[in-house]
Design a protein around this ligand. Structure first.
Ligand code: F6R
Ligand code: MG
Ligand code: MG
Length: 364
């Protein structure tokens, strides 16, 4: 059976400030998706949140980029925005950048990760969701999962992983894509994905049998809106076991709090902290950035789960290190490398300041 997994997310209002989602928004989304399931449009769903972002995890048979599915997500977020406005939640409707739905939520504000799969005999799937960070933050963990044998023992030991993986990279400034095969082309691959603000890993495929292994959201809000309107807070779907990395190999990259862009005002580098869903409530300096992971067994399109994968003491040290790194970076205040470099700020908050001062610069 071919099943499509769609994870569509948006920030439609925070409670309190940008720190979390009010239960009424989740409830509103659940009602909307329950009606869609009863009507047969989707086969199953799970609604959750990471920080101030609301995620709709859905299964259906309509394929990726399906208009009715995207329309459902759009309407769900619009209804939620209405609830957020009534409660005067913070930044109600923030990510709904377009006035009306135009066939696909891509480019309209919400983030999307989707894949169509032939369900295996057993189908373990991990859904990653982040807050206070940007598209591209999955580059390093995806590289570790699918390329680094020091992370993924299966690349060496398991025959199905030994053939390596194929990466689809998107250049989000120039709107073009390129494929790289690993392990042969890792140096070429790293040249690009080492700049996650521009080059993002959109999909990963198994070279053993060509099947899709991972899909991530790569929408860049600031590029869509032409100014800073909040962070992308991306999502990602990763299939696991057998011809893919084991669950523990998929999770292992998050042992280290990688430094990513986001955090306060989307303008700072900070550590990505792996937390349980109930701890995904950025508080300190609006952060530090969070990642959660919910695991499901997909069974005839039913989402059997979730299991909250970072709700486990084995991640305590990762969190402790994240807090130590956060302390160190915070001491830099408005200085790089805590604050983003000017080229990055150019796409967010720098233009207004430059504009204000433009008449005061004199030639040297
Ligand atoms: C980061 C984020 C927050 C806000 C900050 C200021 O992604 O959402 O750090 O940027 O709280 O928010 P405003 O400008 O809405 O007061
Ligand atoms: Mg927000
Ligand atoms: Mg957010």
């Amino acid at each position: 059976m071919k099943v499509t997994l769609s994870v569509i997310k948006a920030d439609i209002g925070g409670w309190v400030g940008h720190s979390a989602i009010h239960p009424a928004l989740e409830e509103s989304a659940r009602q909307s998706l329950a009606a869609a399931k009863a009507g047969g449009l989707i086969l199953d769903y799970f609604v959750t949140s990471c920080g101030d972002d609301l995620q709709l995890i859905m299964t259906h048979t309509k394929g990726v980029d399906s208009e009715p599915i995207h329309h459902l997500a759009w309407d769900t977020f619009m209804t939620g925005t209405g609830v957020a406005k009534k409660l005067k939640l913070y930044g109600a409707g923030q990510d709904m950048l377009a006035d009306a739905f135009s066939g696909n939520v891509k480019g309209q504000g919400p983030g999307v990760a989707e894949m169509e799969i032939e369900e295996r005999t057993s189908e373990p799937v991990l859904i990653f969701m982040a807050d206070k960070t940007s598209a591209g933050s999955w580059n390093l963990p995806l590289y570790k999962m699918f390329v680094d044998p020091f992370n993924t023992a299966g690349l060496v030991i398991a025959p199905q992983l030994h053939a390596g993986f194929r990466f689809e990279i998107h250049d989000i400034r120039e709107h073009r894509k390129i494929f790289f095969d690993t392990p042969e082309e890792i140096y070429d691959l790293l040249m690009f994905i080492g700049t996650p603000s521009r080059f993002t890993i959109k999909h990963v495929f198994s070279r053993h049998d060509g099947t899709i292994a991972a899909a991530s959201s790569t929408e860049r809000l600031s590029l869509i809106a032409g100014k800073y309107v909040g962070k992308d807070d991306p999502v990602m779907i990763v299939r696991s076991q057998h011809q893919f990395p084991a669950v523990g190999e998929v999770l292992e990259p998050f042992r280290y709090p990688w430094i990513i862009e986001g955090w306060m005002r989307g303008s700072h580098y900070g550590p990505l902290m792996a937390v349980a869903q109930k701890q995904a409530t950025p508080a300190r300096f609006d952060g530090p950035p969070r990642v959660i992971c919910l695991g499901f067994q997909v069974s005839d399109a039913r989402l059997i789960g979730p299991r909250d994968m970072f709700d486990d003491p084995s991640w305590d040290e990762a969190r402790r290190e994240a807090n130590l790194l956060a302390d160190h970076l915070r001491r830099h205040g408005p200085f790089e490398p805590h604050r983003l470099p000017l080229e990055e700020m150019e796409y967010t908050t720098l233009p207004q300041t430059m504009d204000k001062l433009k008449g005061r610069w004199k030639p040297l």
